[in-house]
Design a protein around this ligand. Sequence first.
Ligand SMILES: Nc1ncnc2c1ncn2[C@@H]1O[C@H](COP(=O)(O)OP(=O)(O)OP(=O)(O)O)[C@@H](O)[C@H]1O
Length: 725
Amino acid sequence: MSDQLVEREIAVEQEYVDKVYLQLEASALNAAQLSKEGHERGKLGHEGGLVERDAMVFQAAKRIAQLDAAHEGLVFGRLDLTHDIDTEPRYIGRIGLRDANRDTLLIDWRAPAASVFYQATAAEPQGVIRRRVLSADRRRVVGVEDELLDPEAETDLPIIGEGALMAQLSRARDRSMHSIVATIQAEQDKAIRAPGKGVVSISGGPGTGKTVVALHRAAYLLYSDRRRYESGGVLVVGPSGVFMRYIERVLPSLGETAVALRSLGEVVDGLRATRHDEPSVADVKGSGRMAEVLRRAARQQAPGSDAEFDLFWRDDRLKLDRGTLGRVRRQLMSQGRRNRQLPRVANALLDALWRQVRGERGREQGREYFNSEVLSDQRFVEFATSWWPPLDAPTVLSWLQDAEFLRRVADGILTPEEQRLLTKSWSGADISVEDVPLIDELRYALGDVPLRTDADHDRDDTLTAIEGGIDLQELTTAADREYAPAGRSWAPPTHRIEDDGFAHVLIDEAQDLTPMQWRMVGRRGRTASWTIVGDLAQSSWPIPEESAAARAEALEGKQTHEFHLSTNYRNSAEIYEFAAAYAQRVGLDADLPDAVRRTGTPPKEVSAADLETTVREEVLAIAGQVSGTVGVVVPVARRSEVNGWLASWSELAEDARGARAAVDSSVTPSGEDRVVVLTGVDTKGLEFDGIVVVRPQEIEDESATGRATLYVVLTRATQLLTAIS
Ligand SMILES: Nc1ncnc2c1ncn2[C@@H]1O[C@H](COP(=O)(O)OP(=O)(O)OP(=O)(O)O)[C@@H](O)[C@H]1O
């Protein structure tokens, strides 16, 4: 194929791309103008639809302009169809665009008309003669890759390149995931475009595109039913903060920003946890048995509050003893969540006291009089507020730090050893990722504190004080006052339980969710449709049956549609063969995809006499051979040691390609760091050009699911893998 031909074809495409950008600018200008006029007129009139659509184009154009779209041009695809379908080529892009005559210039990749771009194959060309993928450096077309799908068709179309997919797969990896919009494969496209009903479950082995497909699906759903998903919200949950930052660019590059990306430590509004508990503690906190422990805790009397109350009134001594208070408490609890009962507390106590009034003087004055007198007794008010205070979840969780309290509520559910692990883990101040579902469980067991309305303000102040509601107007200040247990990372509860739900919930690396985490995400998707992505062989939760049951409960019998992905696009075939052999050797029930790309370089196994010297040699060797990222994966116990080594290697610091050691992988490495140190679990969902695994056996021995973790580690590299034992 001559260079001249390639250049000519690029020039043809450049002409079209220029036209598209000109139209994009015109539409953006037009949208801004129309929306300004619309606002001035105070109504949108019959042009509403037009304004709305052009405004969307405007927003999308703005976002696209913000991208450093080196590989990510606006126009990326072209279809040449048989003449009976269309005589003009069709262009596919990240957004749709029409020209001044309202003729289609660019088809949104999510539109039905674009699906043939992804679905057509040589076996079933569906009217497509040639599929072309354009690569661009911002607005400049830099290459084209063609596939001839229908060799039989009468055509003089030139065919250039060796296919876009291979070119895309061999590129160097950087710190963020890229969209695959130009090269989505047919089996992936089916999962992306599945209807937004029930549960779409996407399974597949390592590197099959589960994550990237799920993200494109989120963008697809927003496109297909914008009103529903934008107003109801789309929640994307992934394993860690590092992972969320790795994937955060994909949706904006597809023109979508209306998606909440949260790591498992951030699912509950107002909470942000990044620290993990050690595996033995995490296993207890993740177990479904914790739900019952927490339910019991939420029903206990607030520690330190008075256990009894008495007062003289007229001729009687009235007493709220333990038995009476226990009955009142059970009766209130039977009516609903604890905090929701706050408005009923004063009355329930007054009832119990009034029942004891026997003297004639008292009875004659009547209940109303009695109420107002007792309510003006400061002692009663203080008792009532301390006996049934408005409670927040972190406060109740802090009660469990007390071994005696924990024993009372965990008796028969957790072993003494498990209880000891828990109390020990809660002696520090900050919450862990594993605490977040526990806090959420308590939020639901306790319920929201009722909001005070205007009508309440006009009522008796004393009663309102006992009811302990949160002021609607002063939500933050009132909450700050009432909800600030010292030393806890807890923001005021401006977010209420009823606002937790989303219209779509997407869970990535779902095989790792603990039963308690399933309960937490389940609450956010009661009325939602779901996308669930995972690979069981990569699971780090030791009791899969318990997780499966919690998952089924979270999904409440919603209908599930299964999709399976079978090609590994990440690893070279040499690396994946090595990883798959390991999985089989250690007896993991792994789903083994086909890896399609050969590099000719098998993984390297070395043994080290002096570990630092060998790690240094191997890391430098890999960093010198690949131009993208390098991961140094270490056992947890060696993390700081290896971090120290990397920081001291001057060759690495001076590496012209910008390699630097991350100080600590629990701190997110900055976008510049090309070489990072990670533990096995940290690598979930990520990928690197090169991986150096330090002492794989120690990683395997580190936890009950160490073999699955090591399998994950061995499937992270795109080009080079070295294992140092
Ligand atoms: N159709 C495609 N075109 C180009 N690249 C693709 C395609 N599908 C997947 N990839 C690439 O393959 C790599 C793996 O994708 P992804 O991380 O989504 O896989 P995964 O199944 O979630 O992996 P794992 O379970 O191992 O974490 C990514 O670099 C992704 O961009």
